[in-house]
Design a protein around this ligand. Structure first.
Ligand code: NAD
Ligand code: DAU
Length: 344
């Protein structure tokens, strides 16, 4: 089987690529990524020389490029991680979110219709369901919760989901969608809450907490997300949506305090800052469908995943220090262009 994984130089995509390359040596994994600010080939050092792995630089919204790629590679399965993924950036500049997340998705879908595909999988998010109130802990997002978005980011992801379902129904494309809760773990870009806390706390810098810090997120280790997607690809039913989450709800303040405690850093680093516009209050996934239909169960709880993640950031300081300094953006030039592996 030939897998085209898009966005595989980002946080979750790279974890997925490494998981697939190692678990299925007989399968071919093509990693297509535009290497935006969030893409980092240093993340893929462990797999870059594996015979069943190949990296291609390109934009999922570039129609001519995508059609040429499908003509040449004819992938059996497409797993679309590629996206603009940061809510705060979407509030500053929504347009690129429409271009990549919506038009990039429809471009991939059009190529799948033209060239045929065994499965198109869309990596979506629980944010498409909007938020839940803090005073109703009995409520959870199920697959039939209506889409009700808050930010330009979540609106672009929900739009993409609607196109995926429409291509399934109209053109008979074999599609699946997964909607996962907040991920954490190795290789997460330090603009997101947990790596931001770790990297700033280690430098004794202030930790910005939006609003009151009472907002709740439902945290899942990235490894468990990767396993879930693999199961959906192999056992999931065409045309279905699967929610992924492990019942690890925490307020932002709890998360910040847990990480500071683990790093032996003082709570005085916490600084309350102006709230995010339209800030969602609570996300909480009901993962019953994944558990009962596919037999998925997360390996990590928050209490085991957080120490593992902190240890990873402590042991891989170069990786995130290169991001904070901007050095990682020279990696493609150094390792690929200068060595003549690709032309730019
Ligand atoms: P990320 O920002 O770390 O990585 C995104 C990757 O996509 C980067 O490597 C980037 O270079 C690439 N990319 C961006 N625009 C592209 C384009 N036009 N063409 C090709 N590649 C492009 O994101 P992430 O956190 O790894 O999220 C991956 C996917 O999972 C996204 O679709 C996101 O919506 C979804 N998701 C994320 C979370 C989370 O907590 N991070 C949770 C649920 C779902
Ligand atoms: O729920 C899934 C989503 O989780 C994904 O679809 C998104 O791609 C991913 O970025 C994430 O979105 P969030 O907005 O929940 O994640 P973020 O890490 O940006 O913020 C987590 C919470 O922490 C949120 O309530 C905002 C708050 N926050 C964030 C930052 C960066 C702070 O209080 N301070 C900060 O500096």
């Amino acid at each position: 089987m030939k897998f085209l994984v898009t966005g595989g130089a980002g946080f979750i995509g790279a974890n997925f690529v490494e998981y697939m390359v190692n678990k299925y040596p007989e399968d071919e994994i093509i990693n297509l990524d535009a290497l935006t600010y969030a893409g980092n080939l240093e993340t893929l050092k462990n797999v870059e020389d594996k015979p069943n792995y190949k990296f291609i630089k390109g934009d999922i919204a570039d129609r001519e490029f995508i059609f040429d790629l499908f003509e040449k590679e004819k992938p059996d399965v497409v797993v679309n991680f590629a996206a603009e993924s940061h809510v705060d950036r979407s509030i500053e500049d929504p347009e690129i979110f429409v271009k990549t997340n919506v038009m990039g998705t429809t471009t991939l879908l059009d190529a799948c219709v033209k060239y045929g595909i065994k499965r198109y999988h869309q990596v979506s998010t629980d944010e498409v369901y909007g938020d839940l109130p803090l005073d109703r802990p009995d409520l959870f997002f199920t697959e039939s919760t209506p889409l009700h978005t808050s930010s330009p980011y979540s609106s672009s992801k929900a739009s993409a989901d609607l196109f995926v379902m429409a291509y399934g129904r109209t053109y008979g494309l074999p599609v699946t969608i997964s909607r996962c809760s907040n991920n954490y773990g190795p290789y997460q870009f330090p603009e997101k809450l947990i790596p931001l806390i770790i990297s700033r706390a280690l430098n004794d810098e202030t930790i910005p907490v939006y609003g009151t810090g009472e907002n709740v997120r439902d945290w899942l280790h990235v490894y468990d997300h990767c396993v879930a997607i693999d199961m959906i690809l192999r056992q999931g039913k065409e045309g279905e949506v699967y929610n992924i989450g492990g019942h690890n709800e925490r307020t932002n303040l709890e998360v910040v305090k847990t990480v500071l405690r683990a790093l032996n850093k003082p709570e005085s680093l916490i600084t309350y800052v102006t709230d995010r516009k339209g800030h969602d209050m609570r996300y909480a996934i009901d993962p019953t469908k994944m558990e009962t239909e596919l037999g998925w169960k997360p390996v990590y709880t928050f209490d085991t995943g957080i120490p593992q993640t902190i240890e990873w950031y402590l042991n891989n300081k170069d990786w995130w220090e290169n991001i904070v300094s901007g050095e990682y953006q020279n990696y493609f030039q150094k390792m690929y262009v200068d060595k003549g592996r690709v032309e730019e």
